[in-house]
Design a protein around this ligand. Structure first.
Ligand SMILES: [Zn+2]
Ligand SMILES: [Zn+2]
Length: 186
């Protein structure tokens, strides 16, 4: 499937957003305050969002939970339902743009949209195209039991199981290797 610059950015953004959620009560929130949200917005070049407030933070955390559900969706139909809700709540104004020297592509967020609506519209549409392309199963959560991070599997044969194979994949391999050694020795 064709993945344009903006789709790629939107995917990176939504994966990063979902992974700021605390995994349990013991882990801190990756978006603890408005300052952290500002850093997030700058890092991902989310444009035209204006001055951020506590309301923005609360709204972004809310859609974060809804995006997390998309990555945990068992099939395309349930993912589609969740994505439709996200996009409908945000409202969209599709328009062509070639800003900053990028080729023509479509922005979806409404002019003047809040940061939460901006993310819901543009990241929601990026995920929608995965469902359209029959690629919903590429939207995954890491299979390492103590991780569960969201990621997009862009491998050719959709074989990726871990968010970052260097850490999560290896950690599991080492654990399995040790368990086998122990069994062999015992
Ligand atoms: Zn753009
Ligand atoms: Zn992982």
């Amino acid at each position: 499937m064709l993945i344009t610059h903006d789709t790629r950015c939107a995917l990176d953004t939504v994966v990063d957003l979902v992974n700021t959620a605390p995994e349990d009560d013991a882990t801190p929130d990756g978006l603890p305050d408005v300052a952290a949200l500002e850093v997030f917005v700058q890092k991902h070049e989310v444009s035209e969002v204006g001055v951020l407030t506590e309301l923005d933070l609360a709204a972004v955390r809310k859609i974060r939970g809804r995006f997390a559900a998309v990555f945990a969706a068992p099939d395309a139909r349930s993912a589609a339902g969740l994505i439709n809700e996200l996009i409908a709540a945000a409202g969209t104004t599709p328009r062509l743009t070639d800003h900053d020297g990028y080729d023509w592509h479509v922005h979806y967020f409404a002019p003047g949209a809040s940061v939460a609506d901006h993310l819901a519209a543009d990241c929601g549409m990026a995920l929608a195209f995965f469902v359209v392309a029959g690629e919903q199963e590429r939207l995954r959560r890491c299979e390492a039991p103590d991780c569960r991070h969201a990621f997009v599997d862009l491998s050719r044969n959709r074989s990726r199981r871990y968010c970052d194979s260097r850490t999560c994949g290896n950690r599991l391999h080492v654990a399995a290797y040790r368990a086998r050694r122990k069994e062999a020795a015992g």
